[in-house]
Each structure stands twice: as structure tokens, then as C-alpha cells.
Write a protein that binds this ligand. Sequence first.
Ligand code: A2P
Length: 297
Amino acid sequence: DIPSFTLNTGYKMPSVGIGVWLGPDGGGEVAEQMCKTALQLGYRHIDTAYGYANEEQVGKAIRESGVPREEIFLTTKLPNHHHHRVAESLQESLDKLGVDYVDLYLIHWPQAYTEDNKTISYDESPTYIDTWRDMERLLGTGKVRSIGVSNFSVKLLEVLLKETTVVPATNQVECHPCLPSFELKKYCDEKGIVLTAYSPLGRPKEYDGKPVFLEDPDIVRIAQAHNSTPGQVALSWGVQRGTVVIPKSENPGRIKQNISLIKLADEDMLAIDAIHKKAGMHRSLLKYHKNSSDGRI
Ligand code: A2P
């Protein structure tokens, strides 16, 4: 059984979910099949977004899986160009998913865009504070169980918590052994915010020819000692340190692997905590983090 974390709303969130970002076209039937396979193999947590362009396929997979809706923890996200129309955008997502509510609704990025995708500066309306106040209003509607944010730094969370009432249930950020975000994790723990790790495997395909932590000698050694794979080690480290992980896989064997986690010893955890300090491990991560400035190391 996959362990769950309890959110500050009292709802339980399974510590492993399937992430369904499949590129700009959403993946179509691949997304649908991936969700069906995951649900068959025991996943009860799916992470999508308006911007993933596959909410319809995710909804179809849920309906056709035979798994009751209420057993599945379903997350979707408000896109950057809809910050000025939070309630309407949520309704569009619910309609596409074909569900009455989502378990978790996130502001996908703190940065708001205009409808035609031009960035709006942080001091212009809607600021992320304005957007969060509209998110807070959703809590009484029965259409969301919990609300949260994504790609928020400590700095942004500090302002958000000072200016608004509801503490986000989760903050979803890129997080893995090369980007452990210790400071952000500590801050979220102190405030009762669950940190969700996206790309918890470090996007192995995007780094062809460069060092990838899944090939790191410490990870490989720990995997062999536990008769498991480097992917399972990275995900087990993520869950054991108290983050939710949402690996993406289209491959049934790896989908299955990714919810079969192992118990790591303290010394394994410490070895993985230190991997980001090794030379060559960071590569081009910085380019992804212009907007969520905290979090490296
Ligand atoms: P595939 O879909 O062929 O399994 P992330 O979630 O960090 O962005 O990583 C997703 C990438 O990692 C995908 O390319 C996926 O490929 C691959 N992947 C998923 N699970 C594993 C695993 N257990 N071991 C190695 N690679 C994996």
C-alpha cells in the first residue's frame, strides 16, 4: 500500500502519483492509456493541469478504469493566462475532466500572463496575492477539496502567508536528488505545507550524454543493495524525506516500479542528500528556475 500524507485541510494525499505532462499536445491516447495502466496497477493519485492539454483524456481514463472517483486523488492547475478568471477556469477544467470536484487545485506558476500570453509584472493586477484570494473563495463551492501553489519560492510564500488567510495545502516544485531544495522543504514543514516533487527522476531523457543522477555510483550501489532500480531509490528517498512524488512514465514496467518503493537506511538517505554537491550534477537546471528562484541546494 502506498502511504499518504495528511494535508492541512485534513484530506489525505497519496505520496506517489502519476504526473501526466506529455509535452504541448497533451499526448492524446497515450495520456489516457498511461492513466488507465496506473490505476490498474494501484495508483490512486493523478497530477494533471489545464496546461497539460489532456484533462479530457485523464477524465475518460478515470471513468473507464472502474475505480470509483472518490478513491482517486485528482490534481489540476490554474494556467498562467487565467489568473484573472479563477472560478471560470476551474469550471472549464472540471468540465473537461468530467468530474464535480478536484482534490487539489493549484496556481500552476506565480507568474500571471494576459490571455494572449504576455507576462504581467508582479506589481500589476492580478498579483499572485489577488489570484490566491480568488482561490480561497473556491473552498466554499464544493468544487475543490484543497488548494495550493506550484513553483513558489520561500520568498513568495512568506508574502503570501502574510497577506492572506488560507495556508496552501501543498507547494509543487521540481525536486530530486540534484535539486533537493532543503531550505524550501524546511520552510514548508514549518508552515504545514506539503512539498510535492515534480520531475522526481530528474527528467533523464532531457540530459542525454551528460551525467544524470540515476547513473550516480552511490544511487546505483544503493539500488543494487536493495535489489531495486535507481529510479526506485530516487523516489523512495523523496517519499522518505516527506515529499509527495509524481513521476511520469508511459512504460507499464516503470509505472509499476515507481509505486513499489523501498525502505532506505539513514546512511543511504545521507548519501543521496549529498549527491547534488558532486561536480557536474546541476547541468542546465537553472534555466528552468527563473521564476521560482529558491530551491537549488
Ligand atoms: P518513460 O515514460 O519511458 O518511462 P520525470 O518524472 O523526472 O520528469 O521523469 C520522466 C522521465 O523518466 C520519462 O522520460 C520516463 O520515461 C523516465 N522514467 C520513468 N520512470 C523511470 C524509472 N523508474 N527509471 C528510469 N527512468 C524512468
